[in-house]
Design a protein around this ligand. Structure first.
Ligand code: DAH
Length: 348
């Protein structure tokens, strides 16, 4: 019996089994190796079967040797499994890794158009003065665009707007708003005074594009409705806004004018931003440039929205956003704002 239970042979078997387990390079191979070295048909199992032929004492001591060898191999296999699983996990992570710091080559990032930037900056100035921002529809009715603003049918001021009509409803009833003033009406219909509001947005006119006109442009409307509002409040507001947006060298002045929705009305001019008042070609040597219109809200406008003109007063103003961008950046031609020429746009 002795040779069968040769401990050297058992040691060889254990060494070979360990080598076989160590040689597995992934969890599947390891499972196969475990079956071969520790399973029913393994060399180790063959030793077990021979135990029965031994004397009781030999059986006990040899059995202990076999059990110890089996336990060592099983522990070795378990350790190897953890190693292989960790390797597999690391390989998977590496394969799935995304380098989020990489900046792919390609077109440069875009940015807001100059007109949008200008609108945002103008809004900031007025928000800083306590105004809220409101918006209204670009497709309007005749009533909001004209009638409620004290411009009845056949009023000569209508011809000044070169209105674009929309083929909808009664002919002439629906249009692309020609100014942002109709939003004043909508704000007064939906909010109770006191009102301190600006209303930026796109407006449309049947204008032929040239250096100073585009058929679609942007305005900012301003409206204040409160008690004891004076023309001085209006003039002061425009002066503060002018300095805040264009800088301390730029001032404003008012000149008498006519608008149906305000009385009295004025045009407001600012120091020419090109020559800062010295006089140049842009300002025709006057040192001033016209920016927009303004005035005290007409009682008929208050009447249209049901605000009592005996109790409330107010002022309004309106000016071009594109014109502000043009003046601040010295653009000689307004059409560049609509051209989408990346060489121009990317400068701002
Ligand atoms: N809506 C006028 C225009 O587009 C500008 C304007 C003038 C707005 C006087 C006003 C105002 O609010 O009071 O020409």
């Amino acid at each position: 019996m002795g040779p069968v239970m040769d401990t050297a042979q058992l040691e060889d078997t254990e060494r070979e089994a360990a080598a076989r387990l160590q040689a597995a390079t992934d969890p599947d191979q390891l499972r196969a190796a475990e079956y071969e070295t520790l399973g029913k048909r393994s060399a180790l199992a063959a030793f077990n079967q021979q135990l029965g032929q031994l004397s009781p004492e030999e059986r006990r001591s040899t059995g202990q040797l076999l059990n110890a060898a089996r336990a060592r191999l099983q522990a070795f296999a378990d350790a190897r499994r953890q190693e292989l699983e960790a390797e597999a996990r690391a390989a998977r992570l590496e394969a799935e890794r995304l380098d989020l710091t990489e900046v792919p080559p390609g077109p440069e990032r875009g940015h807001l158009n100059l007109v949008t930037q200008t609108r945002d900056e103008l809004e900031e100035v007025f928000i800083g003065m306590g105004y809220a921002v409101a918006e209204g529809p670009e497709v309007e009715t005749d009533w909001y665009n004209f009638e409620a603003l004290n411009i009845p049918k056949a009023h000569p001021a209508r011809s000044g707007f070169d209105t674009l009509y929309v083929d909808w409803g009664e002919p002439g009833s629906t249009l692309l708003r020609a100014h942002t003033s109709p939003v004043q009406i909508r704000v007064m219909q939906t909010q109770k005074p006191p009102i301190y509001s600006i209303m930026p947005g796109k407006v449309y006119r049947k204008d032929t594009p040239d250096a100073r006109h585009t058929p679609s442009f942007n305005q900012i409307e301003g409206l204040v409705v409160d008690k004891a509002i004076t023309f001085g409040d209006l003039a002061g507001t425009i002066e503060v806004f002018t300095g805040a947006y264009f800088g301390p060298a730029i001032h404003s002045r008012l000149r008498p004018a006519y608008f149906p929705f305000t009385e009295p009305s004025a045009e407001f001019e600012i120091t020419c931003t090109i020559c800062e008042g010295e006089g140049c070609r842009t300002c025709s040597g006057t040192g001033w440039i016209e920016l927009g219109g303004c005035g005290m809200v007409h009682p008929n406008v208050f009447a249209a929205v049901g605000i009592d003109p005996e109790e409330w007063g107010g002022f309004a103003f309106g000016f071009g956003i594109d014109r502000c961008a043009q003046m601040r950046h010295g653009l000689s031609d307004m059409r560049v704002l609509l051209d989408n020429d990346i060489r121009f746009i990317s400068q701002f």
